[in-house]
Design a protein around this ligand. Structure first.
Ligand code: BMA
Length: 368
């Protein structure tokens, strides 16, 4: 091997994260900028994110508010918006006007555009139905779906038709100057669990990886989608090997993360901190080895029943990490919410958390 080739090989395998680029070689300029933004900010602090943050939330009396312009529970409590906002595209595959949680796709599109214009970051997940039996939803138990999909022309046609709709939606997200808005896409999530048809007990690692690669290749190469960064996100995992069991490869993933929920508080408080910290440490080690961004792609304590959950539980888990962000789930109903709203019992603690210099919300991103 020539010296120059050697040098090139050395550089390509050891380039630090700040010198890396999105895995999509044709990623748009804005996608590259989003990637760089995530890389840059991770050393300064951790961004706060919430699912459906602009779509709906709860009033002080726990009744729901829906689709009020510019309203957001986190903003009501802190005066600032989350840095990261998530949406789900479930039911896009059926040309439905509303997603699986009742949010109009037109509203999702508008919110994504608003978040982008404000300097925030958008991420999307997709709880989509089963392409082999389209009447079955994401959660309906169905073994070997991926195997049947690749074996059946009809199922594959269904799936690619759904991907066409996804591609169309994603490409229609436009900024003020007509540029496509970059989005962090997190498909086939929580696959170490078995509650979705792509979950661990319903497919082999090879099948999962095959589906991931097919999907990314199809979007990039067949549909010309170049405004996505790809996030691989497991649910709970035991160790590195378990985390990587279904990893589609460095060429197919920009960010690695996991979803992990706190249940049975307060009895489990110490265990949750310990387990989540262990998972963060493993994730960060892998992130360093693979030169990938890292994040807790979903986390939360339903109804935030611990008044100091933010500073006493979340902060110890994330404070010495270089995670890009953590995202809590939606404020969907009085019995199903994950961020404080006006008067909620953790609101004061959330304000303390917000004021920590290393927690990043929209205004932090705008200030630089
Ligand atoms: C789950 C719950 C469901 C919702 C789904 C997809 O965690 O919030 O109510 O339909 O996420 O957003």
């Amino acid at each position: 091997m020539k010296k120059t080739t050697l040098l090139l090989v050395f550089c390509c395998t050891t380039l630090p994260l700040w010198a890396q680029k999105p895995t999509d070689k044709k990623a748009s300029k804005q996608t590259l900028l989003l990637y760089q933004k995530l890389v840059r900010w991770r050393t300064k602090g951790i961004m706060f994110g919430q699912q459906d943050a602009l779509a709906y939330g709860l009033n002080a009396d726990q009744s729901r508010w829906v689709a009020e312009p510019k309203r957001c529970d986190v903003q009501t409590v802190t005066g600032d918006y989350p840095a990261v906002i998530g949406y789900d595209l479930g039911k896009l595959e059926f040309d439905s006007t509303h997603n699986l949680d009742g949010v109009a796709f037109a509203k999702i599109k508008q919110d994504i555009q608003d978040t982008y214009q404000r300097g925030g970051i958008n991420t999307i997940s997709w709880h989509f139905n089963n392409p082999v039996t389209p009447t079955k939803n994401t959660w309906d138990k169905a073994d070997s779906t991926i195997k049947y999909m690749f074996a059946s022309v009809q199922a594959m046609q269904t799936y690619t038709a759904w991907l066409d709709k996804l591609a169309h939606f994603v490409k229609s997200l436009k900024g003020k100057n007509g540029e496509t808005i970059p989005v962090l896409f997190r498909p086939f999530h929580e696959h170490t669990g078995s509650w979705f048809w792509w979950g661990a007990n319903h497919c082999s690692p090879e099948e999962y990886i095959k589906l991931w690669r097919f999907t990314v290749d199809y979007l990039k190469n067949k549909k010309g989608v170049h405004n996505l960064l790809y996030a691989y996100s497991t649910d709970h995992f035991k160790d590195e090997a378990h985390y990587l069991e279904r990893y589609p490869g460095d060429a197919y993933v920009d960010l690695i993360g996991f979803d992990y929920y706190h249940r049975n508080a307060p009895a489990s408080n110490a265990d949750f901190v310990k387990e989540a910290t262990r998972m963060v440490q493993t994730l960060e080690k892998l992130g360093k080895q693979k030169h990938k961004l890292t994040a807790i792609t979903e986390m939360g304590l339903e109804q935030v029943t611990e008044p100091t959950w933010w500073t006493q539980i979340v902060w110890p888990i994330v404070q010495s990490s270089q995670l890009s962000y953590f995202l809590v789930w939606r404020n969907g109903r009085p019995d199903h919410y994950y961020a404080p709203f006006e008067g909620q019992k953790s609101a004061q603690d959330f304000i303390k958390f917000y004021r920590l210099p290393q927690t990043l919300f929209l205004k932090d991103l705008q200030a630089h």
